[in-house]
Design a protein around this ligand. Structure first.
Ligand code: ATP
Ligand code: MG
Length: 577
């Protein structure tokens, strides 16, 4: 490809609405242009990258035995009503009405479509297992589209859905997808870590997210530097080892005026938040009222609570609702509450240690409150707190650290949620009709592209891994006059004939400009044929990743080709390492 015939709208300045490197660089390098909030046009250079990522994903999915489909984006509402998601999806789903007043959604995901498509096709255990996928546009009306194509409203996803006779078979495919995903991301030059993720509200039994550690990540991960455990903090169990204490401090009711927050009461009594018990009052989406006690310094993990209660959303209880249940807001402590209030205790609270707890009376707290002694009723104690930095690792007990991460892929054991909803049954070996069990597996293609840039850039621009670079080789010529240009063209044509993916910057521009553009766009290999080439037959090759440039003397085209090829091989090998 010749730059003079290409569309290459590179810019020097960062776009004003971009805050992260990948977004800035994708615009500046002319890979994408914003259309409107959360919508991006892919320009030829950017689209080449996207197609290369798709090709890698497709190759690896096909290798795993998955079968590619192509389904409509427009999905009728009755599919979503069957699964109960027409309501549950809320505002994230783009909805459309046709001329006959029938409702549709622009598919944000395709569990329902694939479930209804495969239901009449899968008849016997002999038809299982099957893993089906597509690489297609998805629509999600994200509340906050941001970071360019990392969180956009229209994007390409590879979504796969597997169907099985039993959980053993599901586990096998899940493991295979896990391996496949690692290979896919590795081939894209992306370092990912699979982390244990929450799967509760989707009704599944296992789930892992493929995360890229990045300061701009929207997820927080617990990582164990010792044993390598990694989990989304939503999911990470917090294991408490309380030491029994036999405190004989006397329970004491103390006046604590105007101390409705943990901070205030701790300050007044000159103690730390750790020495207090706090309470959180919430209402579930189905109207159940819940009171949770935690150690004063810990935060409630709503995902864990939702999983325990089987609810999908929580809101704060109003003062009125709380007082109707006998909760003295700001001064609530353990006591017998009416049955309609579910009260739960986080395992951060030791039953034998003494705490400051609310006295269920305005402006009063108890000092030296010991659960076992002062509230010996049977209580439900569970792990309901958010994992924190330095908490013991759930597998080896070393202190955990925390990192931010971007989710690029997600694998999920769905179980029977959709097969039940769509009544997908097959005949087993004994001729008995059995519900199938399912898995689903997603990769964000555009998000993967942007995330690679987050990991591979420097002050000059992008440093594409060779596997997904828009072109593998940039040929920059600084030629004066027709004759010099023809010499370069001969080399360019030779390289093209030899199937080298070469982008020739033949534009009539100064060298500085061309070098800057090639570095901004980030071609992995750059050949420069400049003044010394025409004078002394010397040329240079730049490795954009290391920014090392070496000079060679030109013997013939074949030798140049061999050099390029050996560098290509090396760059591909580095991805596999
Ligand atoms: P997130 O928590 O980031 O919203 P999600 O859990 O909604 O992601 P999934 O439903 O699991 O995502 O979708 C599978 C993959 O699709 C994600 O791992 C991600 O790579 C990609 N993806 C999801 N939402 C978007 C979006 N708005 N823009 C770009 N890619 C997305
Ligand atoms: Mg989402």
């Amino acid at each position: 490809m010749k730059a003079s015939e290409y569309i290459l709208p590179t810019t020097k300045d960062d776009p004003s609405d971009a805050v992260v490197a990948s977004h800035k660089l994708m615009i500046r390098a002319g890979l994408v242009r914003k259309s409107s909030a959360g919508l991006y046009n892919f320009l030829p250079l950017g689209y080449r990258v996207l197609r290369k990522i798709e090709a890698i994903v497709r190759e690896e999915m096909d290798r795993s035995g998955a079968l590619e489909f192509y389904l409509p984006i427009l999905t009728p509402s009755d599919l979503w009503e069957t699964s109960g998601r027409w309501d549950r999806m809320g505002h994230e789903m783009f909805r459309i009405t046709d001329r006959h007043k029938l409702s549709y959604a622009l598919g944000p995901t395709h569990e329902e479509s694939f479930a209804s498509l495969l239901k009449p096709i899968l008849k016997s255990y002999k038809d299982l297992p099957k893993n089906v996928y597509q690489m297609h546009t998805k629509f999600r009306d994200e509340i906050r589209p941001r970071f360019g194509v990392i969180r956009s409203r229209e994007f390409i996803m590879k979504d796969a859905y597997s169907f099985h006779l039993d959980s053993e078979s599901l586990n096998d495919t899940y493991e295979l997808m896990r391996k496949t995903y690692r290979t896919i991301f590795k081939r894209c030059g992306l370092k990912t870590i699979p982390v244990q993720a929450d799967s509760g509200s989707m009704g599944g039994s296992g789930s892992e997210e493929f995360m890229v550690i990045s300061p701009i990540g929207e997820e927080t991960l617990s990582i164990c530097p010792s044993c390598g455990y990694s989990g989304n903090i939503e999911k990470t169990p917090v294991n408490w080892k309380h030491v029994e204490s036999d405190s004989n401090l006397k329970l004491e009711k103390v006046s604590t005026p105007k101390t409705s927050s943990i901070e205030d009461v701790a300050k007044l009594l000159e103690i730390t938040a750790k020495e207090t018990i706090k309470s959180v009052y919430l209402v579930t989406n189905d109207g159940r009222k819940v009171l949770v006690f935690l150690r004063g310094d810990r935060e409630l993990n709503e995902v864990k609570l939702n999983n325990h209660l089987g609810s999908s959303e929580l809101r704060n209880m109003s003062d009125k609702e709380a007082s109707e249940l006998g909760i003295v807001t700001g001064f609530c402590g353990p006591k017998q509450f009416p049955k309609e209030l579910i009260s739960l205790y986080d395992t951060s609270i030791s039953k034998t240690s003494s705490y400051v707890a609310g006295a269920n009376e305005i402006d009063f707290h108890y000092k030296n409150f010991i659960l076992n002694r002062d509230y010996p009723e049977s209580i439900t104690q569970l792990d309901l707190s958010k994992s924190e930095q330095n908490d013991p690792c759930p597998s080896c007990e070393s202190p955990l650290s925390q990192e931010k991460g971007i989710e690029v892929g997600h694998i999920f054991k769905l179980g029977e949620k959709y097969s039940k909803a769509f009544d997908i049954k097959v005949l087993d070996k004994q001729g008995k009709s059995r519900l199938v069990t399912m898995g689903c597996y997603g990769i964000g293609v555009n998000r993967t592209m942007a995330t690679v840039i987050e990991q591979a850039n420097d002050e000059k621009g992008i440093q594409w891994p060779i596997s997904i670079a828009p072109f593998e080789v940039a040929l920059v010529s600084i030629a004066k006059g027709k004759e010099e240009l023809e010499q370069v063209e001969k080399i360019y044509k030779y390289l093209l004939d030899q199937k080298i993916e070469v982008f020739w910057d033949d534009r009539d521009l100064g060298p500085g400009f061309k070098f800057k553009d090639s570095e901004l766009i980030g071609f992995p290999i750059r050949i420069t044929l400049g003044k010394s080439f025409f004078e002394k037959k010397e040329y240079t090759i730049l490795n954009r990743k290391t920014n090392e440039e070496a000079t060679y003397s030109f013997q013939n085209e074949k030798e140049l080709l061999d050099l390029i090829n050996s560098m290509r091989v090396k760059l591909f090998q580095e991805l596999e390492a």
